[in-house]
Design a protein around this ligand. Structure first.
Ligand code: FES
Ligand code: FES
Length: 154
C-alpha cells in the first residue's frame, strides 16, 4: 500500500492504496464519488469514464499510479455552484436515461466531444459516441441532447 494524493473535481484526496488498483475502484471506494460505474471492467463499455487532461478516460483499466497529480473530473464535477452543466440540463430536457447505468459515460464522453467540437454534425456525434455503449438503446435521445446542449455552449 502507498499513500498518494488524487485531485478529483478540484479537491485533493489522500488515499492509501495499492498502486496497481484501477482508478475506478479508488474513486468509488476511497474518494467516495458515485458517478463512474463498473460495467465491463475491460475498457469496452465506457460506464467508468472520467475526464483527465481533456480526454475521456476509462477508469476501470487505468492504474491509479498513472494519474497522480492529474486533475480528474467525474460526473459530480460538471455542475458549478449548484448550476447544472448544459449537457446535464439537456439530458433532463430530452429525458435521455432509461435504466441510467451507462449515462455517466455518455455525458462525460459528450462533454469531451463538445469541448473539442462545439457544433458537431449528427455524423460527428455518432462517431464520437460510438464506443460508449447503452444496452437500453438511448442513442437517439443522447444525440438529441448533445445537439440541444451544443446550441447553448457553441
Ligand atoms: S467499466 Fe470501464 S469500460 Fe466498461
Ligand atoms: S440507459 Fe440503460 S444502459 Fe444506457
Amino acid at each position: 500500500m502507498s499513500n498518494i494524493t488524487l485531485k478529483v473535481n478540484g479537491k485533493a484526496h489522500a488515499v492509501d492504496v495499492d498502486l496497481s488498483t484501477p482508478l475506478l475502484y479508488v474513486l468509488r471506494n476511497d474518494v467516495g464519488v458515485q458517478g463512474p460505474r463498473f460495467g465491463c471492467g475491460l475498457g469496452q463499455c465506457g460506464a467508468c469514464t472520467v475526464i483527465i487532461k481533456g480526454e475521456a478516460v476509462r477508469s476501470c483499466t487505468r492504474p491509479v499510479s498513472s494519474v497522480q497529480g492529474a486533475e480528474i473530473t467525474t460526473l459530480e464535477g460538471l455542475s458549478q455552484n449548484g448550476v447544472l452543466h448544459p449537457l446535464q440540463q439537456a439530458w433532463i430536457d430530452e429525458q435521455v436515461p432509461q435504466c441510467g447505468f451507462c449515462q455517466n459515460g455518455q455525458i462525460l464522453t459528450a462533454k469531451v466531444l463538445l469541448d473539442k467540437n462545439p457544433n458537431p454534425t449528427d455524423a460527428q456525434i455518432r462517431q464520437g459516441m460510438a464506443n460508449t455503449l447503452c444496452r437500453c438503446m438511448t442513442y437517439y435521445r443522447i444525440q438529441a441532447a448533445i445537439k440541444r446542449a451544443a446550441k447553448v455552449t457553441a
